[in-house]
Design a protein around this ligand. Structure first.
Ligand SMILES: NC(=O)c1ccc[n+]([C@@H]2O[C@H](COP(=O)([O-])OP(=O)(O)OC[C@H]3O[C@@H](n4cnc5c(N)ncnc54)[C@H](O)[C@@H]3O)[C@@H](O)[C@H]2O)c1
Ligand SMILES: O=C(O)C[C@H](O)C(=O)O
Length: 356
């Protein structure tokens, strides 16, 4: 008769054969996952988070595990994914969670994904601009996007890593080089600017922020963040002082958090909230829901620049329509000129990083 330890060894050998190495970290001692009666993931979307162990990545993983549209959640990072995966996987929500650690497991993390969310990379410290992150984050984004091209070229990509104004053009060039570029599927995440704008405008107007909708266009850094206060819903008017206050506060919201965190990083919790809000509209678009509109930094013909953030209509293929700016007042037209000047340089810097 077979001893218990022989039987366990046999089960372990079978499990190792059935699962690629990246999945073995979900196998604990005792009753193995492969022996459980679960039939696999329920219908839904497969989502990967790259940079899942970071300040944004951890709460983002938690919130995506709660999203009923997600059936499979892959958590990838170069450190600490076993712990984050074990922790998040105990939540009694539908998504099946799998962890992947280090570059050798990047391809397993990405294969078959419908949506890839990328918050990997270093954050700012006080005194830094987002562009100061370029030297480190550009290479990280390139490597991860090469993985997307290899393993899930049809996936939507939500790019969070800063400087977004340059990392989105970097991703586009990587995809072009690999022959997999679909401009509709690459979306720079500027949702936090909208979330902040809704909050600050609601404070000024004495409204519930959930009732407020502020379009924020341009890009995601300083003067490139251009709130269109003339297009706020519900329709309202502001004094010149309110316009100056709100525009400055929205443009400097990131710096406000960086300074308050005093060296320990930048926005993580509000960013995870914003990232999930944006991922959710992308998934609802993929599902075929109609009339889904959000702001995002995408390939665009709205201005002469190749990338620009405006409202986009999300559908089964990603950003299916890039909506026009709408009527701007004089203050916003002046802001647009400044935004475009800085954006043009940041975009070019990203493109040259891959083309050089
Ligand atoms: N778009 C936005 O609105 C917005 C808002 C906030 C922060 N950010 C940016 O998001 C990025 C992450 O911020 P954070 O606070 O989570 O930083 P963090 O340092 O806490 O986490 C980053 C994570 O990325 C991981 N990482 C590093 N290199 C990697 C690689 N090659 N592959 C996979 N993972 C890798 C790290 O191990 C870490 O876990 C920063 O660039 C930050 O500026 C953007
Ligand atoms: O400000 C930062 O560096 C992080 C992020 O871009 C933000 O807007 O909070």
């Amino acid at each position: 008769m077979q001893s218990t330890s022989e039987a366990n060894q046999r089960i372990a050998r079978i499990a190792a054969h059935l699962h690629p190495p990246s999945l073995q970290m979900e196998e604990n001692s005792g009753l193995r996952r492969s022996m459980c009666r679960a039939k696999g993931a329920a219908p839904g979307f497969k989502v990967a988070i790259l940079g899942a162990a970071g300040g944004i990545g951890q709460p983002l993983s938690l919130l995506m595990k709660m999203n009923p549209l997600v059936s499979v959640l892959h958590l990838y990072d170069v450190v600490n994914t076993p712990g984050v995966t074990a922790d998040v996987s105990h939540m009694d929500t539908g998504a099946v969670v799998r962890g992947f650690l280090g570059q050798a497991q990047l391809d397993d993390a990405l294969t078959g994904m419908d949506l890839v969310i990328i918050p990997a990379g270093v954050p700012r410290k006080p005194g830094m601009t987002r562009d100061d992150l370029f030297n480190i984050n550009a290479g990280i984004v390139r490597t991860l996007c090469e993985g997307v091209s290899r393993c899930c070229p049809k996936a939507l990509v939500n790019l969070i890593s800063n400087p977004v104004n340059s990392t989105v053009p970097i991703a586009a060039e990587v995809f072009k080089k690999a022959g997999t570029y679909d401009p509709k599927r690459l979306l720079g995440v500027t949702m936090l600017d909208v979330v902040r704008a809704n909050t600050f405008v609601a404070e000024v107007l004495g409204l519930d922020p959930r009732e407020v909708d502020v379009p924020v266009v341009g890009g995601h850094a300083g003067v490139t963040i251009l709130p269109l206060l003339s297009q706020v819903k519900p329709p309202c008017s502001f004094s010149p002082e309110e316009i100056t206050y709100l525009t400055n506060r929205i443009q400097n919201g990131g710096t406000e958090v960086v300074e308050a965190k005093a060296g320990s990083g930048s926005a993580t919790l509000s960013m995870a909230y914003a990232a999930v809000k944006f991922a959710d509209v992308c998934l609802r678009g993929l599902r075929g829901d109609a009339g889904i509109i959000e702001c995002s930094f995408v390939a665009s013909q709205v201005t002469e620049l190749p990338f620009f953030a405006t409202k986009v209509r999300l559908g089964r293929n990603g950003a299916e329509e890039v909506l026009p700016l709408g009527p701007l007042n004089e203050f916003e037209r002046a802001g647009l000129v400044k935004a475009k000047k800085e954006l043009a340089e940041s975009i070019q810097k990203g493109v040259s990083f891959i083309k050089k």
